[in-house]
Design a protein around this ligand. Structure first.
Ligand SMILES: *Cc1c(COP(=O)(O)O)cnc(C)c1O
Ligand code: SF4
Length: 447
């Protein structure tokens, strides 16, 4: 593969400590810089020169969607929490004092949504396999240890606790030995989803060390390897000019040549991420390896809560050979108070966007909530026997028997997550509720 002629930037992200060196940052108002400092005490912050120079439109601060996506915003904290931290910083409080307030605020922000730790981490031979999650029968998530950061951090990210150095809620695996045992014992698992963070922050050599045993194993059922990544959106140089970019593409070719379906699960939150010449070249190079690129993103207030953005995003993706896959509902964690969009509105946006793209753009499923029982899709809002309801179904279920069964919740214009919904027609609970309780009790006993 020939290497395109483009500049070779070195990946050197800005953190809270070094952000003053970013020229665009020093041009912000004193007030704006201070609120970034305050909010970044609670949420992880990382910005790289590609995002700063090529994606953010600094003329449109603070409304610019990519600015909202990567730079901490004042509204992400409740006003009284913002004030508490601001006061501490203004009086130069000792680090330990700031830390204790920050920890208290974080623990109120549902750092472990949808029972990920208790319910998804599999057990094998009497041990918890910390670097994995197995929730849906066919798919195992794998969290390689050195892939637990990202090229920049999204302000809305549900994995925010993964990026805090003091978090105990970290998933990560040092190698793939346990993964291989587990897959051998579970031949029903066809999909391995390598995730993080972003596994493509790893060197190609590290990724290869994790994946080679999977490629060579004779006793497992894996057909598809998915790699979840934001690197196309945040650092497309990963596929072009990083020093092991060519090796990465060769690894993709090797995976495909071995007969696996390789799917690059790309997060794109906004059309702008698909517009630079660099990302276009990266997409071409990946597709030339035989890998598929699928796209997914949550619907996030202040960033992409407009049908036109989704229409354009799906159209652009189809024209670039990317398959639209998921539109997620923003999860009920972290700064969701600032980013969440009510389910009714999310469905209106999804529907409006769907009606205005061709069939090839309509492969995006959603709006989907990755909730404790499964991926729950809002199919619509309608009226049945005089009651206004949400029509719902599971795209994925913790119990595969739950999948694709329609169910109903009372309409509530403000509901933004499954936990805000009540069953329709006077029923006590949803059809899966009793079984979910039993699963949770069993999981607690096992801990
Ligand atoms: C979304 C998700 C998957 C993948 O589901 P698909 O419908 O196959 O894309 C697997 N595991 C978990 C925990 C997930 O949230
Ligand atoms: S790239 Fe993905 S995992 Fe990383 S911060 Fe953004 S949403 Fe979170």
């Amino acid at each position: 593969m020939s290497r395109p002629v483009i500049p070779h930037p070195v990946y050197r992200p800005y953190s809270l400590r070094t952000i003053d060196k970013l020229p665009q940052f020093s041009a912000l108002s004193e007030d704006e810089r201070f609120s970034i400092r305050v909010v970044a005490q609670v949420f992880p912050f990382r910005l790289n020169p590609y995002v700063a120079d090529q994606l953010i439109d600094w003329q449109r601060i603070p409304d610019d969607p990519i600015y909202q996506l990567t730079v901490p915003q004042r509204g992400m904290l409740r006003p009284h929490n913002f004030q508490r931290i601001a006061d501490l910083l203004l009086r130069d409080a000792p680090a330990a004092e700031v830390h204790s307030v920050v920890s208290e605020i974080r623990s109120d922000l549902n750092p472990n949504p949808a029972g990920q730790v208790e319910l998804n981490v599999p057990w094998f031979g009497g041990q918890r396999l910390e670097g994995m999650q197995h929730k849906y029968r066919e798919t195992v998530l794998f969290f390689p240890q050195s892939g637990q950061t990202c090229h920049a951090y999204c302000t809305f990210c549900f994995r925010w606790p993964q990026f805090l150095t003091d978090g105990e809620v970290r998933f990560s695996a040092a190698d793939s030995e346990q993964l291989l045992w587990y897959l051998a014992a579970h031949p029903e698992v066809t999909d391995l989803l390598v995730t993080g963070g972003d596994p493509l922050v790893m060197s190609t050599a590290a990724l290869e060390r994790y994946l080679t045993p999977v490629l060579e194993a004779q006793n497992i059922g894996i057909q598809t390897i998915r790699i979840g990544t934001k690197s196309l959106g945040y650092w497309p140089y990963r596929f072009l000019t990083d020093k092991d970019a060519d090796e990465l593409l060769r690894l993709f070719e090797r995976i495909v040549a071995r007969g696996f379906h390789l799917a690059i699960m790309a997060h794109f939150n906004h059309t702008r991420e698909l517009e630079t010449p660099i990302v276009r070249q990266a997409i071409k190079r990946i597709r030339a390896t035989g890998a598929e690129i699928r796209s997914q993103s949550p619907l996030v207030r202040h960033i992409n809560d407009v049908a036109g953005i989704w229409r354009e995003m799906w159209n652009l993706q189809v024209s670039l050979g990317i398959i639209p896959y998921y539109l997620f509902v923003e999860r009920n964690t972290g700064a969701s108070r600032y980013f969440q969009v009510p389910l009714a509105q999310a469905w209106e946006i999804y529907r409006a966007a769907m009606t205005s793209v061709s069939g090839l753009g309509r492969t995006a499923r959603g709006p989907s909530m990755s909730a404790a029982p499964g991926k729950i899709e809002i199919q619509g809002v309608t009226e049945i026997r005089g009651e206004k309801v949400f029509v719902l179904r599971m795209i994925q279920g913790r119990n595969p028997e739950w999948v694709q069964r329609p169910f109903f919740a009372r309409f509530d214009p403000d509901a933004a997550w499954l936990t805000d919904l009540k069953p329709a027609f006077g029923e006590e609970e949803f059809f899966f509720s009793a079984e979910m309780r039993a699963l949770a009790t069993a999981a607690r006993r096992r801990q």
